[in-house]
Design a protein. Structure first.
Length: 308
């Protein structure tokens, strides 16, 4: 049964709904109406990323929604944490003053809460119940002409792109091929599990079915340099997952791949390339060199009894 969270007079009405009780068309409409243009709150994305284990907070008549991944630590401890391949979880919709404060207060207490939220929420509305950190996320404005955009890249990269531009062309790649590449080239990377690769495969298929994402590869003389999965939702194109071969590392494969994806969207009003955040210094510096801005996002964390 839906749990109704009553507010004071004039406050938003908030309901916590289990996955079967959510009106999915209304939920997805709120996500699509959100100015941030993130696909992570779509029901089919959440279904894949959490294996169907999520619930949601709904403000009024689906004016604003917040997904809550209902996951487990050690198989039995309930937690609300970020699922794989999912960066920012809202809130999605059109908030009014005071909505965010009420919504965050309505997050249920769990053994662990680690919830990534969009950077545009008012910092003053974040409850003191949570430890709040700002995380890195670079975004590049693609609304200008390509020549203007590429002029912000390092000069050596600009020169390399001029040399390779005539032969660099993106080619589509099937989901199973991309996941197999990820398995072969990223095996052993800390935190990457087979279940994550299974979720990635299903996410790619869902993105193609709903027409908001594609896998691309870049080859040179027939040999693979790099490949990636790039969801494209509204005005936002996301660098969700990439793989680089040994030759690609020597031949700037990832830089060339990203540049070609950016070039596809360049000149589109409001278009953004989202590098997806990383706190690893080497990765962060690599993203920064393309000339974007660190828009960041919030990570709200709490554990009972001050643990962690």
């Amino acid at each position: 049964m839906p749990r109704r969270i009553e507010g004071l007079s004039g406050k938003p009405q908030i309901r916590r709904l289990s996955r079967p009780d959510i009106d999915l068309p209304r939920w997805n409409a709120a996500v699509r109406d959100s100015p941030a243009n993130f696909p992570y709150g779509l029901s089919h994305w959440l279904d894949v990323a959490t294996a169907g284990r999520w619930e949601g907070l709904v403000v009024d008549d689906y004016r604003l929604v917040l997904p809550l991944p209902a996951l487990r630590r050690f198989g039995f401890l309930p937690v609300i944490i970020r699922p794989p391949y999912t960066q920012q979880l809202g809130p999605f919709g059109r908030p009014r003053p005071g909505d965010i404060a009420a919504l965050l207060q309505a997050i249920p207490f769990r053994f662990q809460v680690s919830l990534p939220l969009i950077a545009s929420i008012p910092a003053e509305e974040i409850s003191s119940r949570f430890r709040c950190r700002k995380r890195t996320n670079y975004e590049l404005d693609l609304s200008g002409e390509w020549a203007q955009i590429v002029s912000g890249f390092p000069r050596k990269l600009q020169a390399f792109l001029r040399q390779t531009a005539a032969r660099d062309q993106l080619q589509p790649l099937e989901a199973d091929e991309f996941v197999d590449l990820s398995r072969r080239h990223l095996a052993g990377r800390a935190g990457l599990r087979e279940s994550d690769l299974t979720a990635l495969h299903t996410l790619i298929l869902a993105a193609r079915q709903h027409e908001f994402g594609q896998c691309y590869q870049l080859r040179e003389e027939g040999e693979l340099l790099a490949a990636g999965f790039f969801p494209c939702f509204g005005r936002r194109t996301i660098n969700l997952a990439t793989v680089t071969t040994e030759r690609g590392r020597k031949r700037r494969g990832t830089s060339r791949l990203l540049a070609q994806v950016m070039r596809q969207r360049a000149g589109t009003p409001g278009a953004i390339f989202d590098f997806e955040g990383s706190e690893l210094p080497g990765v962060r510096d690599f993203f920064a060199k393309f000339g974007g801005s660190d828009r960041g996002y919030y990570l709200l964390e709490s554990r009972p009894f001050g643990l962690g």
